[in-house]
Write a protein that binds this ligand. Structure first.
Ligand code: ZN
Length: 260
């Protein structure tokens, strides 16, 4: 990428909001906040500059103002899970990506890739691109999208990660490892759209930007049990990607250094 692409992420709600009526541990605000944090990290691995509409889950910001934070950004995404209207079917289990009502800047292409990818991963009955126009003429219905459009953000979306009124979907979204997979997949789809490559350096445990002797030491200490690594560090240390960090990773890391 020549110019750094800028992405603004919006976790849909604040505090403890939109509790699932069928899986009582589930709050839309909490799970979408977690997804937002994970997605931000994944996107950074691709070299994107990532902003967030809010710093803390405890604080709210009016929806249009959140959309307006997309000023100067190339992409805006608001993260949600949906709820059926009272009396609606709890069986409803589908992904909807709301995109520009007029398809401005070819925006339905990325929306479609996201809808299909999320639906496949979550195992929902389908993934759809949707638009919703305000009753007051040619403008977006959703405040966040209206805000993003008003400041000239070329691509803006609101993703409904299926319905938390569906027990299966809510349980799926409650699983942290599923959220990690979801963030990875969404980042990959977005990166594919912009032609970005993952710049995460394998073996770069200390995050210095390259694999060097200091990383080898960290991997060794982890293996002998004298130092515990964070989840992020473990991902970098797992060179062969088999889910565990052992002598094979240590050897592979040493070999990679010698090849440099
Ligand atoms: Zn929502």
């Amino acid at each position: 990428m020549d110019k750094k692409i800028k992405i603004m992420l919006d976790a849909g709600h604040y505090g403890k909001y939109n509790r699932s009526p069928v899986v009582r541990e589930y709050y839309e605000s909490v799970q979408m906040w977690a997804l937002c944090e994970l997605l931000a990290e994944e996107l950074k691995n691709y070299g994107f500059e990532v902003g967030k509409t809010r710093d803390k889950i405890e604080t709210d910001l009016e929806v249009t103002k959140r959309g307006k934070k997309a000023k100067g950004y190339d992409l805006f995404i608001s993260l949600h899970s949906n709820a059926v209207a009272p009396g609606g079917s709890e069986k409803t289990d589908r992904v909807c990506v709301y995109a520009a009502f007029d398809g401005i800047n070819g925006s339905h292409r990325l929306a479609s890739a996201l809808a299909v990818g999320i639906s496949d991963l979550m195992g929902t009955s389908g993934g759809y691109v949707k638009t919703r126009k305000s009753d007051n003429g040619d403008r977006e219905y959703y405040g966040v999208l209206r805000g993003a459009r008003s400041v000239g953000c070329p691509l803006y979306y609101l993703i409904e990660h299926s319905f938390h009124t569906n027990a299966r979907a809510a349980k799926w979204l409650l699983d942290k490892s599923n959220l990690v997979s979801l963030a990875r997949m969404e980042a990959k789809v977005i990166a594919g759209y912009f032609g970005a490559e993952n710049r995460e350096v394998k073996g770069d445990v200390d995050g210095s930007g390259e694999l060097d002797q200091a990383d080898i030491v960290l991997i060794k200490r982890h293996i002998v049990g004298s130092r515990e690594l964070s989840e992020e560090q473990k991902a970098a240390a797992d060179i062969n990607g088999d889910g565990k960090i052992d002598i094979a990773d240590y050897t592979a890391a040493k070999r990679m250094i010698h090849k440099k």
